[in-house]
Design a protein. Structure first.
Length: 53
């Protein structure tokens, strides 16, 4: 599956994306964390690599 721009995915890009806490419903701003206004799409266990996606 290509990116939204129709390009190839690269491992460093995917690894960087998967480290973003926004997927577990946490918003980060200037090194501070806040509850996000959106729903999490991963559980904390999934995010940390302990659960199945």
């Amino acid at each position: 599956m290509p990116t939204a721009e129709g390009k190839k995915w690269y491992k460093p890009t995917l690894l960087k994306m998967m480290k973003r806490k926004r997927y577990i419903g946490i918003r980060e701003h200037k090194r501070a964390e806040y509850p996000a206004v959106w729903d999490a799409i991963l559980t904390v266990e999934q995010f940390r690599g302990r659960g199945k996606i």
